[in-house]
Design a protein around this ligand. Structure first.
Ligand code: FES
Ligand SMILES: [Fe+2]
Length: 365
């Protein structure tokens, strides 16, 4: 469901319909080894993400401004006491702030000042085993981010496990697919989660607006969520939240334990969205033993959604229009409204005003 209006150039959104002035997941912390870097795609642009031998995560545009070679193919070296990334072609060295610190070919009396050359730097935030980067609308602006990095409450330093997948879908379709409440009994109907024999039940959930998103406030989980009970015992509550540009998290907790599963969406290309899912928990030591089972289960879950996207693409190759019905597709509509509000508030230079009103959504699933 990409935004198809392209009237005047807007702030806060790219032509492909990706939100800017926003934080996206760059990589799990463990993907960034000290002294190493690699190339990722973010909002259709190449980015080199890495970590200095001193432990600092960084993200730069992965194009050397000289002859456009990827900086990710270079190596990290110390230059005047700071860690720099050296381009593999002519050895220009860039600091983690994006500034060029050295051009080896310059003679001592050269009037050329390397520090005038800069490569785009993306502000980076690392917390609880995840590295996020900020994509400013203006690639040349080096002003501080206008929103704080995503925050998910108290979490352990490291996730219990991380899985990822790539959906052959636009970011918008991937978001909508993952939040869709009515597909669960049809797509995720394996015996250990929700066997078809369970049938459909009435769901009635109170939704409330939150910061740049919405939430189903704390409530007892559906009676068919066997796994929750098995792991946590009774008296558990769940809470589900969505926040722009593409974070969905679910908290399962009782008075002893808390488990948080965060799904992060990073658009790589118009039909390619990277999905990274982190699971953290505290107070449930048995869960550490269950990781070898839980991880493939979570992977299977995500792949089921990815496979549905591939089927959907067979239809999208021939038709654009989709249908949106109440109440199951209201969250999809909210997502579009939030995106619209984001681009309007960024274009008008005002604060974000959440357009969602609290309401109860009802459906069978
Ligand atoms: S291409 Fe990078 S230094 Fe020349
Ligand atoms: Fe799903």
């Amino acid at each position: 469901m990409p935004d198809t209006q392209h009237a005047a150039p807007k702030t806060g959104i790219t032509e492909e319909g990706y939100l800017t002035d926003s934080w996206y997941l760059a990589a799990p912390s463990t993907d960034l080894a000290p002294g190493k870097q690699h190339r990722i795609m973010v909002l259709g642009e190449p980015v080199v993400v890495g970590r200095t031998p001193a432990g600092e995560a960084f993200a730069l545009r992965d194009i050397c401004p000289h002859r456009l070679v990827p900086l990710s193919a270079g190596q990290q070296l110390e230059t005047d006491g700071e860690w720099t990334l050296q381009c593999p072609y002519h050895g220009w060295r860039f600091g983690t702030d994006g500034g060029c610190k050295l051009m080896p070919s310059l003679t001592n009396d050269s009037p050329y000042d390397p520090s005038k050359v800069k490569v785009r730097r993306y502000p980076v935030h690392e917390a609880n085993g995840a590295v996020y980067l900020y994509v400013a609308h203006n690639p040349r602006a080096d002003t501080p981010p206008i929103v704080p990095p995503p925050e998910f409450g108290p979490l352990p330093d490291k996730p219990g496990f991380v899985i990822h997948d790539v959906f052959n879908a636009h970011m918008d379709d991937a978001v909508v697919g993952l939040m869709d409440p009515a597909h669960v009994p049809f797509v995720h109907n394996q015996w250990w989660w929700r066997p078809p024999s369970v049938g459909l039940k009435l769901k009635e959930k109170p939704f409330i607006p939150t910061e740049r998103g919405w939430a189903i406030d704390r409530h007892p989980p559906s009676s068919n969520s066997k796994l929750y009970r098995w792991v946590f015992g009774d008296d558990v509550e769940t809470e589900i939240r969505f926040q722009l540009p593409g974070y969905r998290w679910e908290i399962i907790s009782n008075d002893k334990a808390r488990l948080l599963t965060l799904t992060c969406l990073t658009p790589e290309a118009p039909k390619r969205t990277r999905i990274t899912q982190f699971t953290w928990w505290t107070g449930a030591p048995l869960l550490h033993l269950a990781v070898p089972i839980a991880k493939p289960m979570a992977r299977k879950f995500l792949r089921q959604d990815g496979d549905m996207v591939d089927l959907q693409n067979q239809g999208m190759a021939h038709q654009k229009a989709m249908m949106w019905i109440d109440d199951i597709d209201i969250q999809a509509k909210w997502y579009q409204r939030l995106k619209r509000e984001w681009t309007e508030c960024r274009s008008e230079g005002r604060d974000f005003a959440n357009p969602i009103e609290a309401r109860v959504l009802r459906w069978m699933s």
